[in-house]
Write a protein that binds this ligand. Sequence first.
Ligand code: 1CP
Length: 348
Amino acid sequence: MSEPTAVFLAACRRQVVPYTPIWIMRQAGRYLPEYRQIRARVSFEALTRTPELAAEVTLQPLRRFPLDAAILFSDIMTPLAGMGVDLTFEPGPVIGQPIRTDAAIDALRPLVPHRDVPFVLETVRRVRAEAPRHVPLIGFAGGPFTLLCYLVSGRPSKEFETARAFLYASPGSAERLLDRLADAMAAYLGAQAQAGAQALMLFESWGGLLAPPEFERFALRGAMRTLAALRNHGVPLIYYLNQGTALLDRLANLPADVIGVDWRAPLGAVRRVLGAQQAVQGNLDPAALFAPADELARQAGRVLQEAGGAPGHIFNLGHGIWPQTDPDAVARLVDIVHERSSRGDNRL
Ligand code: 1CP
């Protein structure tokens, strides 16, 4: 007999599920004392490059909470070191020599995953061997535009002025860099699927900084190129767009099964713009985890209600969980979502 499909994977495919699955962006990390304990003795880079530790940290939130998916512990910037980028984390990514010329772009090596990031693939294999069978593993990469933001600006930034100026000053160079990144991320995600990742997610965290025409040219085109190359792996593809409310109508032709969104637009409105062909993921404000228990329950209920009764909703935060969050609030949230959605409170 074949295994029943995990609830998370069924929801990605817009199948009817017994309850709404939930996982949390950045669910492994600094809000967990057991993560901080490991980080007290190893750097973030060492953690991501040591499969035994990266697998352990991936599994930590699953031991505390009945989450419906695991996400590989790594960073969107990690594979770029394998392409020759001088990368450190302080704690956000910092690029020693920002990439701003054609010479620097051409010096980037194409990514050969088994040669350049073997530790990521080994982490995937380890997590698959150790995670509960009903909890699928999500592999991930950064969207080409989000990666460009860090590569050109050189460090985290609110508005990524240097990167956005580069798009207008040197659009041809930007496209050249984006094409390379799109191909590298397709190879990277394909290798994660081959190693055992059961869903693949592209994080376009800074796509919402762009106006619609520039979003299409400098973010969507690259994401399309990456995702189109992954269709034949047979795993659900998730595209996360932060602050993209004004851009959602551009995503209709994106070959993604699931669109992840931030909290700024209610999911009902998001679903109306996207149509019935794509599942949605989100979208509680990470700040809501600081509300008293009854208010958190009300807020989570509102997200479920907005998502409605139609199949194809995966509960998540609208962006990564904050390091100051109380793990008990996460436990409460996971229970609320499972309990309310299994009672069908959100059904029409
Ligand atoms: O321990 C530490 O001090 C390092 C902090 C840290 C962690 C825990 C960084 C540096 N990255 C990570 C892990 C990480 N990054 C995961 C782990 C898996 C999980 O979710 O449990 C994931 C999925 C990411 C992805 C990531 N990194 C994104 C996309 C998602 C998002 O939040 O928008 C982005 C934009 C980054 C860049 C990055 N890396 C690290 C930091 C602190 C940042 C953000 C910098 C900024 O604000 O611009």
